[in-house]
Design a protein around this ligand. Sequence first.
Ligand code: BGC
Length: 880
Amino acid sequence: MVRISDIRINYEKEPMGVESIEQIGWVIISKEKGVFQQSYHVQISEDERYENLIYDSGVVESGESAHVEPEGVKLRAAKLCHIRVCIRTTDGEESGWTESHFLTAIPDKREWKAEFVSIETEADKEKSSGFYLRKEVALSGEVASAYAYTTALGLYHFYINGRKVGEDEFTPGWTSYNKRLLYQAYDVTEYLTEKRTALGAIVGAGWYKGVIGMARERWHYGDTAAFAMQLFITYRDGRQEVVLTDDSWTGAESPVEFSEFYDGEIYHAGKEIPHWNEPGCTNGEWKSVHSISFEPSVLTAQSGARVRQIDRLPVKRIFQTPQGDTVLDFGQNLTGWVEFKVKGKPGDVVELNCFEILDAQGNVYLDNLRGAKQTVTYICGAEKNVSFHPLFSFQGFQYVRVARYPGEICPEDFQACTVHSALDCTGVFECSNQDLNQLQHNILWGMKGNFLDVPTDCPQRDERLGWTGDVQIFCRTACYLMDTYTFYRKWLADLAADQTKEGGVPHVVPDILSGQRVPNEMTKKGVDSAAAWADAAVIVPWTLYLVYGDKYVLKTQYDSMKAWIDFMVNHSENYRWSYMRQFGDWLALDAEEGSYLGATPNELTCMAYFAYSTSLFAKIAKILGREEDAEKYGQLFCEIRKEYQKTFFDEMGHLNVQTQTAQILTLYFELSPEEYKERVVEDLLKLLKKRNGHLATGFVGTPYFCHVLGQNGCTREAYELLMKEDFPSWLYEVKCGATTIWEHWDGLKPDGTMWSPAINSFNHYAYGAVGDWLYRGIAGINSDDEEPGYKHIVLEPQIGDLDYVRAEYRSQYGVIGSYWIRQGDRIELKIKIPCNTRATIRLRGAGMLLENDGLTVLETSWGMELTADSGEYRILYALK
Ligand code: BGC
């Protein structure tokens, strides 16, 4: 029996807030083997009975099940639409309809009439406190449907009749606000049960107005926080009403006395206005609001990737430090907040200091937080049991010092809650080596900790910025672990919006460095366009294309990508380019003592990435049918490569830069003359041997290290590198008890000392980029450039020193599985291929095939190649 599940609109299931439908996709499920779609039929309607269709594809003869682009669909504001899909397989089996739904946004911006309202005045500019807003409306009948559209200049929580609307946190998210401001959509029908309905919001400073950036400046986007809301109500009798934020709203001071990302929150419960967001409230002093002018054309409905509270962790242990502090240990470094219970007398105080690591003596260590106070202070109001967590601030921590707390501290009264973009988990990796499993865990938790609306470098110190290099490095790994499409697309739109006129790409996106009022050491040297960082403009869309097969993102980012390549062209002479501040092979261990820059010279990093991004861009132009660009940039790539070879190769075929990273980039970016490739590999092995099999690479070389070894016949060395347990290595961190990935290989040194507190995060996902090799190398789950998005799966497990591996990736076609068990030279490989896809299975080093489960086999010089249509198979073979 064949059936459809997971209908997606613009890569989202049941999206709330759709402005236009770009793509529709679905998963086909069947127990049969070799199931392919022959045709599909999609209908979209504004009513549940599909009587008023706004789209009917008819039966379309097509195998496309992931990127169906419906033409001519006109969406009206605030409609709950219904969508159904059915398919027929090539064997003639019909799936029957499967239904889903979505809520439209406000596609025509002229219909956005809500004003941004605030009570803040000139005197509040320096404050990062919160304020209440409220309005009561009288409903004039029974409500059939109600949809709310909300946003803020700052951060907001929205309530109807005392209940928070939705579960989202840190709305409206962080974008380049003056160019793109997101609004959220909610179905609030079931909230409108009272005849008199109270609408309320609490608004905070957030990224918009509060302090952000190492220079600790505020007002990056504006100095007055404000809120806007538009509520569409339809009554049972068909009448419609729109309620808006306008000057009829009132506002009051709130109990949030202070709240910012770095320093935490001060909440004075005594200042709460009882029932402030409920109907009939007469408490408190309410004043009239004023409106803030804001250009509605920059409003865009948020698609997916909403930030939510996700996990809850209990206290693992409570202890006293040698210095006498009471500390809670949650056993996991994480990003979010502590939720605690307390019952104090009015004025009693709870003060929690959140931090990542203990010092060598086991005392509270705050130095690596730099200026970030990470302190949550709660001042008790009336004497009653309350439960609290900050409203507008998050912390990066494993430990919490309970600096003040009324009464006895009971561990059960504290929980650590993770807060991050709620993306579906897509990857599973488990193997016979427990340390590797812990590494996979640490990579995942590094991602959880740094995917809070924007991809950040770290969640704890006074930074937490969207460093483009970190994003680019980790992107492929992230795509294995979670469904990142909507998350990255949002960020890429900001990258494009924040590019310089010349096409330069900011070091951080959203870019808050270029507008810094008082330049500091960091910004004086340049705020955009560093090799490997700025290349995120090309590498991230390309990765999304490989993983999702999505041409839409290539189209929307096309001008941005091209502008970045042209920027390099315009700043180059003879294909060597440089520009202001470069980060080189950031934090590599072959750096000079005390330096952050690795030994690989900038000239090489710049030219290597220039070549790589250009080669990708030429491919992209070809994919989109832009032949002229494909030709032009293809040619440009050849010329850069020629110059690279001339500059960096000697006549013996060795690179004149003998660093691990130089060899790695040359091989991974295919920059070596074919005849010298082996020599580069040999040199890499020599450089590895010189360090006794350890890496010395930084942000630039590390991600590709294992790939390059595996791709060049050195799988054994790749495993050895991965499995090293002493410093420096991934498992060294694991052996030290790490629960996330560290920023520095030597964040915590073998002698117990730490790297300088100026830049030493213990939750930095960058080196977690090796996760890509766990999935793509060890498990061998790979997509094919020619048929991307795992339409054609290439399964090429690299067998090494493990007894078993169990890996899965939930692609947009369904689950791909690669499970292998090794007994001496015998390998049992089980695979899972989703419907409507096919796979090529490459068994490198296979000598004899013992069972092939009916699959076609081709013997090759390097092993065996099998081809499989969808289904589950078991293959048994012996290594040579
Ligand atoms: C960040 C990095 C970033 C780097 C660039 C650091 O402060 O934490 O991850 O890429 O700066 O210099």
